[in-house]
Design a protein around this ligand. Structure first.
Ligand code: AN7
Length: 373
């Protein structure tokens, strides 16, 4: 068997990358699709729920799939610097892949509003971290303006190569299950990822050998049909940052799920198209629901995802409760980022550690007390 070397080498024929272009990769992708065993039983639901655990990518989120594409293409085009606005994970991925490629990286982040782990990544990989007194949407606007004059390549998801890389999630799900699931749920912030999922699922059922709309005739993807159908797409937003659910931009988005604290998503229209074409829907979850499901997943399945990622599962559990998702369904939930990204939130919402004397009876007492419950 050949050594696994990331999503570009694995899916090159389905991606707009020339055969001779060397991939800037950290062996991202090939993440596990873990079936939840205890939650459906706890909830007394006859459904199959699978978690696509994107937290196990090299920088701990799905952004790596898109960043390998964006940075590979930036390098191929001779770029010497990349830039992004970010709620955290994009900056972590951009910083790491820029380091790998040996190019400069500038990241704009909302001051005080990104999780500690993500900030540490951007700093550790040597990117230039610019904290702005504003939110993600302000950063996104500034990045687009500055890129008109400064010699920097934007690696936010308005860069179409990002979505091309991220579409590989759909291919992996199909490979693991043999076909598309009934439903695919995920959290929605800037709406790039739901757009990318839909591109992937749509290409998977396509047999056309025509050049695709993306490459405008410059490349030809091999289009082998690998699925018989597409899933119903479910997008979930945090209540304090739910512009798509509400149908209008949110001026000052607020949520504990800082990754999706976005009020005016760039890929809004594409996300709506995915929802309509798939027969799916958008819905919202409160911060309380998000944190409860993050904890529930960690305690009942051993999977630790960040708050934003729990939003997708929280939405699914609610819609199962409401009967919007039927019995017998197969559901894939993309868990977009690792729980270790945001240790502050995890610690703030968990039981405090016990402190006892370093003596045997104290430890025995704790064990006895705990098992009595
Ligand atoms: C864990 O890092 O937008 O709807 O700047 O980090 O494609 O934006 C992060 C987004 C979901 C939402 N889950 O995905 C950024 C950024 C996690 C995330 C999303 C993000 P999109």
């Amino acid at each position: 068997m050949e050594r696994y070397t990331g999503v570009i080498d694995k899916y090159r024929e389905r991606l707009p990358v020339a055969p001779q272009t060397r991939a800037v990769s950290l062996n991202e992708g090939a993440t596990p699709l873990v079936e939840l065993e205890n939650l459906p039983r706890l909830l007394r639901r006859n459904v199959r729920i699978y978690a696509k655990f994107e937290g196990l990518n090299p920088t701990g989120s799905f952004k790596d799939r898109g960043m390998t594409m964006a940075v590979t293409q930036a390098v191929a085009a001779g770029a010497r610097a990349i830039i992004c606005a970010s709620t955290g994970n994009t900056s972590a991925a951009a910083a790491a892949y820029a380091a790998r490629a040996g190019i400069a990286c500038f990241v704009l982040i909302p001051e005080g509003k990104i999780a500690l782990g993500k900030l540490s990544q951007a700093m550790m990989h040597g990117s230039v971290v610019i904290q702005i007194r504003g939110n993600f949407d302000d950063g996104m606007r500034l990045v687009q303006e500055v890129a008109k004059t400064a010699p920097v390549n934007i690696v936010n998801s308005i860069n179409p190569y990002r979505l091309q890389g991220q579409k590989t999630i759909a291919f992996e799900v199909i490979e693991a299950l043999g076909d598309a699931p009934d439903y695919h749920a995920l959290p929605v912030g800037n709406a790039g990822n739901i757009t990318a999922h839909w591109i992937g699922y749509s290409e998977a059922v396509c047999e056309s050998t025509d050049a695709c709309a993306f490459c405008a005739g410059k490349c030809e993807f091999r289009k082998t049909k690998i699925a018989t159908r597409r899933p119903i797409m479910l997008g979930y937003q945090a209540s304090g940052a739910a512009p798509i659910v509400r149908g209008r931009p949110v001026e000052s988005p607020e949520t504990v799920a800082t990754a999706i604290r976005i009020g005016n998503p760039v890929s809004w229209q594409q996300a709506l198209a995915a929802q309509k074409e798939s027969g799916g829907w958008f819905a919202e979850c409160s911060d309380e629901e998000i944190l409860r499901v993050q904890k529930l997943l960690a305690e009942s399945e051993g999977i630790f995802c960040e708050p934003a990622s729990a939003t997708g599962l929280a939405g699914v559990l609610k819609d199962l409760e409401l009967g919007r998702i039927g019995e017998g369904s197969s559901i894939v939930v993309t868990l977009t980022g690792h729980g270790l990204k945001d240790p502050d939130t995890a610690i703030a919402h968990s039981a405090k550690p016990l402190t006892v004397d370093a003596e045997l009876p104290a430890i025995e007492r704790v064990i006895r007390e705990h098992l009595k419950r």
